[in-house]
Design a protein. Structure first.
Length: 152
């Protein structure tokens, strides 16, 4: 009886980490900034559905890094004269918006932690994550901890 209990406990400890990893399929994501932090958006209004982006900021100009190994699908200059870069991996898409300069091109393969653009002081970088077309909150997957708006 004791050996069955031990086998069950061992199976539980082995299964839990594997099942958690299998739910995301991607593991932990690299932080987009080497020097900087992120925060949950504090909007004056609410979106329906909720916009699950993370706003990244830095006190210095810095390189923006890919949070995952993948392929660049889009590099666009937006209306506000900032760059938008989209990187995909399997069914996941990572959208970076607010870069001063893009250093990657469409179709380029990038590794997690590799520079994809330049961030300049005084701006915000929005990071959004999607699985297929469903937006996912990347906060719990990023190696840098992003506090929620109600956290102190």
């Amino acid at each position: 009886m004791k050996s069955i209990r031990n086998v069950c406990l061992l199976a539980m400890f082995l299964y839990a980490p594997v099942s958690l990893f299998a739910q995301t399929e991607i593991g932990q994501l690299k932080c987009p900034f080497e020097h900087g932090s992120g925060r949950e958006p504090k909007e004056a209004f609410t979106w329906d559905p909720e916009d699950k982006k993370v706003i990244m900021m830095s006190k210095v100009d810095t390189i923006v890094r890919s949070c995952i190994t993948g392929t660049v699908s889009n590099v666009n200059l937006s209306e506000n004269n900032k760059y938008e870069i989209v990187i995909y991996y399997k069914n996941y898409y990572f959208w970076y918006d607010g870069l001063a300069k893009a250093t990657v091109k469409r179709g380029q393969n990038v590794k997690a932690g590799e520079g994809i653009g330049i961030y300049t002081l005084g701006t915000e970088l929005d990071l959004r994550m999607f699985k297929h077309e469903t937006q996912i909150d990347p906060r719990n997957l990023l190696e840098c901890k992003i506090p929620k708006a109600d956290d102190k």
